[in-house]
Design a protein around this ligand. Sequence first.
Ligand SMILES: [Zn+2]
Length: 128
Amino acid sequence: MLYPIHNLKERGFRLGATVFLDKIYISKDLDAKLTPVERHIIWAHELYHSLCEHRIQLILLWILCLGITPLVNIFRRRMELEADRYAIYKTRDIDAFIGLMDKLEHGKSTHPAKEERIKLAEAMRGKI
Ligand SMILES: [Zn+2]
């Protein structure tokens, strides 16, 4: 289940979604723009983060990498692509995933670039 939150962006978060304590939160502004399939893609992406304990892994990585943010972000971007791959497999809708990329904010060093995420989706076309 997705829990829409008002003014997520104004509270310092990007326009998107996150998982925290087994609940998936999504900015209300983004939620209003989504189709049901796109909402399912986000749910599957965030579910994967939760199932794989990515938040705990990031804390451990932070410690192992001595707090060197660029190094941690290399692993974090990989986790994001794994979550994207899982979401695409679960929803089996490449075009909806690519359409969703136009609705998310990109450009943070913690996440892969929009083009990289689309490239992943295109590489999965015909294979799922
Ligand atoms: Zn993610």
